[in-house]
Design a protein around this ligand. Structure first.
Ligand code: 5GP
Ligand code: ZN
Length: 114
């Protein structure tokens, strides 16, 4: 996916502020943070939306949450609390069409979300 900004990060063409990386996943700070901690956990495989997931992706999706937990721990937010969000399609607020788990922490979170 040559026109995908997150694929460019996976390929090393754009260097984000990375907080975690392994063979399957990269996690980096959001360029427009919505909380004191705002990290995006991104699979290295290009998957456009949640609707494009299949059964074979189940371990990878689980991995995104394990990495979210790891990042929250290393940022000192695990006990305090954090919110994970994955938007699907434009009406829900998705703007980058390569799935990513938002991990937000460091302030009171409201419910319902806007
Ligand atoms: P979405 O709106 O798709 O749920 O989330 C996309 C997120 O990617 C947004 O929070 C946006 O700020 C972030 N984002 C977009 N472009 C870049 C970029 O070039 N670098 C980083 N670090 N984050 C980005
Ligand atoms: Zn991509």
């Amino acid at each position: 996916m040559t026109d995908c900004i997150f694929c460019k990060m996976v390929a090393g063409e754009i260097k984000p502020d990375t907080v975690y990386e392994d063979e399957e996943v990269i996690a980096f700070r959001d360029i427009n943070p919505q909380a004191p901690m705002h990290v995006l956990v991104v699979p290295k495989e290009h998957i456009s939306t949640i609707n494009d997931l299949d059964e074979a992706h189940a371990p990878l999706v689980g991995k995104l949450y394990l990495v979210a937990r790891q990042v929250a721990r290393q940022e000192g937010m695990a006990e305090r609390g954090y919110r994970t969000v994955m938007n699907c399609n434009e009406e829900a607020g998705q703007s980058v069409f390569h799935i990513h788990l938002h991990v937000l922490a460091g302030r009171d979170m409201r419910w319902p979300p806007g």
